[in-house]
Design a protein around this ligand. Structure first.
Ligand SMILES: Cc1cc2nc3c(=O)[nH]c(=O)nc-3n(C[C@H](O)[C@H](O)[C@H](O)COP(=O)(O)OP(=O)(O)OC[C@H]3O[C@@H](n4cnc5c(N)ncnc54)[C@H](O)[C@@H]3O)c2cc1C
Length: 381
């Protein structure tokens, strides 16, 4: 197997939101970056495609304005239960709707224009010895790096190689996403609860509606196929029946992913700085994983820059500060996300929860605030 002898400053494993954010930020400061991404761009991904505004100033700083690509401004949140109890509230910060097809692709192009090298290949192993990393890829051999960022998403064979604890637990959720055309307000993100899961709806840049639902495998496997599950379970919520029956599919068939878990992970493993879902995944009910991926990319990049310019004196100091910053930024949000998701898991309890939310109108915006960050300030760059 070929070994590339050049030692690259930073290798980023995975070119999703966390990986590309890191790549753009580091390249702005003259740091040599190689991103290794197994898929080609552009590509649709399973995601609700609602991005919280907290990352907007930072995306602008990196050179990306999502509204140039048609992102929809979203300021209202709507929640419903199968018994059609409904609550609508203004989103404390608001957000925007943009497809991952466009968002990831535009970040990819920005990274390339900043001089980032992006290699399409799969990473199969990451080893650390003598203060240096060796990354083995499926096709292009071995690469050496000073720093490695793990940004390969929620779950990968790399996690098994690294013997990460979370990989030994069950990953019981699966998700389905499609785009449809139909009638839906542009400024709303809706979450419609059904027995065993929930379905999100919001518009994206080309005016189609993102329809994305998550459920547990146990509920799903009782039915013949996806259509059977949708008609028997999702349609119990009249809002979902309405949208499924009165819209036209844009995708030839929906995208699906499985093995989703929200178990605790560590943001540093075997000296690798983990970012985005690789460091921890928030329940999509809180609609904030993309912002967390982008913000964690910013955190890691700032510290790596300090390491290269000597302000952070050692690798161990870098790892300790990253771990501490990551935990203080995200640990509480993840905990609240888990609690909210577990409350909505119980069918009857979700109806009760809804009654409580309706009786205390300030409760819902309060919960949303606990799972979201504050807008990233310019002086934090
Ligand atoms: C059903 C569902 C709905 C969601 N809805 C929302 C929402 O509305 N709003 C929101 O903010 N968040 C949402 N999220 C969460 C959001 O999608 C994730 O948090 C976000 O994609 C994380 O970005 P990332 O960069 O960490 O990972 P990813 O975007 O998954 O990127 C990881 C990349 O690594 C690559 N990769 C993996 N393994 C390898 C390897 N071995 N070698 C090379 N490359 C590799 C993959 O191809 C991928 O491109 C949702 C998640 C789910 C499951």
């Amino acid at each position: 197997m070929k070994t590339n002898q050049k030692i690259i400053d930073v290798i980023i494993v995975g070119g999703g939101l966390a990986g590309l954010t890191n790549a753009i930020h580091l390249s702005k400061f003259g740091i040599g970056v190689l991103v290794i991404e197994k898929n080609s761009y552009p590509k649709h991904k399973v995601c609700g495609e609602y991005v919280s505004n907290e990352v907007l100033p930072y995306l602008n700083y990196l050179g990306l304005d999502p509204f140039i690509f048609g992102a929809k401004k979203i300021d209202t949140f709507l929640l419903s239960t199968p018994k059609n109890k409904m609550i609508k509230t203004e989103l404390p910060l608001g957000g925007f709707g943009i497809s991952r097809f466009t968002l990831d692709y535009e970040l990819y192009k920005l990274a390339l224009s900043n001089g980032v090298v992006i290699l399409q290949d799969s990473v199969i192993n990451i080893q650390f010895s003598e203060d240096q990393f060796e990354i083995t890829t499926k096709n292009e051999g071995v690469f050496k790096a000073t720093i490695v960022i793990g940004a390969y998403g929620k779950r990968s064979a790399i996690d098994i190689k690294l013997d990460r604890n979370f990989i030994k637990n069950d990953a019981p959720f699966l998700a389905v996403k499609t785009h449809v055309t139909g009638v839906f307000p542009e400024n709303v993100v809706a979450l419609h609860n059904f027995k065993g899961g929930y379905c999100g709806l919001s518009k994206v840049e080309d005016d189609s509606i993102n329809v994305c639902y998550i459920t547990n495998f146990k509920s799903f496997k009782k039915y013949k196929n996806m259509e059977d599950f949708q008609e028997n379970v999702l349609y119990q919520n009249p809002n979902l029946k309405e949208i499924f029956e009165n819209s036209i599919d844009v995708f030839p068939k929906p995208l699906t992913i499985s093995q989703i878990s929200f178990a605790d992970k560590s943001p540093v493993e075997n000296h690798i700085l983990m970012c985005g879902d690789t460091a921890g995944m928030i329940h999509p009910l809180c609609g904030n994983g993309m912002s967390m991926a982008i913000r964690s990319g910013q955190l890691a990049s700032q510290l790596i820059i300090s390491y290269f310019n000597g302000k952070i004196k050692s690798r161990l100091e870098l790892e300790a500060i990253y771990k501490k910053s990551w935990n203080s930024e995200f640990k509480f949000r993840l905990k609240v996300g888990r609690i909210v998701a577990s409350l909505f898991k119980k069918y009857n309890f979700s109806e009760l929860m809804m009654s409580a939310l309706k009786s205390f109108p300030k409760l819902l915006p309060f919960i949303i605030k606990q799972t979201h960050g504050k807008p990233i300030k310019i002086n934090e760059f």
